[in-house]
Design a protein. Structure first.
Length: 351
């Protein structure tokens, strides 16, 4: 990286951190409370509909939708303080590189696997702050439509794209992935991708994948980096189940599918599987998870000290305590080969 690039990178990072801290500083009490309350949805699973009905009532889908907005509208600012502004831990592709560098490596690989090129129209489902969409458009020349449920993140995505001269190639729209059909005609996109969204947040994964298939042109590809349980995971093992219960709120997962089930549903939707692998070196993300966990743990200690000195408002401690809770459970489960957020699948719609 050239000196000019380094200066530009660090200027952006410092600016982003300061903006996020300012937003967090001015959060009203009701928004802090809504964020903390939003974690209750991760105590449930889409497969346990009866329990969700009992706990949240007949309109539980609307409750989940609102709590997802409450969760991500604050989480995106917390994540932006560190290296996970894109709100995902990438596959560990280069163990000597940072989280941000590994994100770029993965996105470049996904761009190549999808065959993105100038003029291609691409859908990014659950685009977050739009940083991935902007990067994909920048390195490929493709036109990317980012869809997200949270207006706060969409506004951030639009500002970022405008600031990088990508307004003509990046469009951001509000949309709920569970409200099917989406507002696009058949064969609207050359490609579709998503990162750690569909397999954990889709109420009916099979239905969602069929919708993705509908939106693709013949020969179009769908790529996803996903959260999944692995063969070693045993839901009847109390320790395994305990780790799962702790991890789901940390990564924002309501549903959990096995890799085999994901592949089965993709095939049932009409896809041919092109790639099906854990994209991390050796199959383990732990080195990068530990990197993020150590950083935010250090930040949390500093936050608690500053709150104790009354230099920061009390809600900073509440937010960062919640964010850093159970990182060690994620690391342990990854090293045990029970779960991963780096399973990578590329599938193609038949021509």
């Amino acid at each position: 990286m050239s000196l000019a690039s380094k200066v530009q990178f660090w200027s952006y990072r410092v600016s982003t951190v300061l903006k996020s801290l300012k937003t967090l500083y001015t959060l009203p009490p009701e928004k802090v409370e809504a964020f903390l309350d939003s974690y209750i949805i991760y105590d449930h699973d889409w497969s346990e509909e009866k329990e969700m009905l009992e706990k949240m009532g007949p309109d539980y889908e609307k409750v989940v939708q609102q709590k997802l907005v409450d969760y991500y509208s604050v989480l995106n600012h917390l994540c932006a303080v560190g290296q996970v502004e894109k709100m995902y831990i990438p596959p560990a592709i280069d163990l000597s590189a940072s989280i941000i560098a590994n994100q770029k490596l993965f996105e470049k690989m996904m761009c190549q696997d999808l065959g993105l090129a100038p003029g291609k129209r691409v859908l990014d489902i659950g685009c977050g702050r739009g940083r991935v969409a902007s990067h994909m458009a920048q390195i490929s020349g493709a036109n990317v439509v980012g869809m997200n449920i949270d207006p706060d993140q969409l506004a951030s995505a639009e500002r970022f794209a405008k600031g990088h001269g990508l307004t003509q190639r990046c469009q951001f729209v509000k949309g709920d992935l569970n409200k099917i059909p989406y507002s696009y005609p058949d064969a609207s996109f050359d490609n579709v991708y998503e990162i750690q969204v569909i397999f954990s947040l889709s109420k009916d994964l099979g239905k969602t994948l069929k919708e993705v298939h509908r939106l693709l042109k013949p020969g179009g590809r769908f790529a996803c980096l996903e959260w999944a349980s692995l063969d070693k995971y045993d839901p009847k093992d109390p320790h395994h189940a305990g780790l799962m219960k702790r991890i789901k709120p940390l990564i924002g997962a309501i549903g959990t599918h096995s890799v085999d089930n994901c592949i089965r549903l993709l095939k049932e939707a009409g896809f041919e599987i092109v790639k099906n692998e854990n994209a991390s070196v050796g199959g383990y993300q732990a080195p990068l998870i530990e990197n993020a966990d150590k950083f935010f743990t250090r930040v949390n200690k500093s936050i608690n000290f500053l709150v104790g000195c009354k230099l920061l408002p009390a809600h900073f401690k509440l937010l960062f305590d919640r964010l850093t809770q159970d990182g060690e459970a994620f690391i342990e489960a990854d090293r045990m080969g029970l779960v991963t957020t780096s399973h990578y699948i590329v599938a193609e719609k038949k021509k």
